[in-house]
Write a protein that binds this ligand. Structure first.
Ligand SMILES: [Zn+2]
Length: 120
């Protein structure tokens, strides 16, 4: 069953054509720890943005490879987009998913701080 997510004000809303994830990845790199995201990764084919793209502001850094979107109204960052060798990928911030028990999500920690160069 697809799951849905949104920013706080609702200007950004999406659906993902897969079951609500039971696992997440948390990264300690300089941007992930500031965004506070619990990551789930999916493919562009499974992702549908249900709101206009002009609600998004986008931040890029380092190799500019990932487009870190956030809401121009409420500032929440419910997803990001990037390109992988396997094609376009979408990062879902599980903290912005509508129906999810975050306490039940198994969190795997990723030591990005020692793999991703940049400001700490
Ligand atoms: Zn918003």
């Amino acid at each position: 069953m697809p799951f849905t997510g949104s920013c706080h004000c609702g200007a950004i809303a999406y659906s993902v054509d897969e079951d609500t994830p039971a696992k997440a990845m948390e990264c300690n790199c300089s941007i992930c720890r500031r965004r506070g995201a619990l990551h789930h990764f999916t493919t562009a084919e499974k992702f549908t943005l249900n709101t206009p793209r002009d609600a998004l502001l986008t931040y890029r850094w380092n190799k500019q490879a990932i487009r870190y979107h956030f809401c121009r109204t409420c500032g929440c960052a419910p997803f990001a987009e990037g390109d992988s060798p396997n094609g376009p990928m979408v990062e879902i911030n599980l903290r912005c998913v509508d129906e999810i028990d975050l306490d039940a999500v198994e969190v795997e920690r990723f030591d990005g701080a020692h793999l991703v160069p940049g400001p700490q």
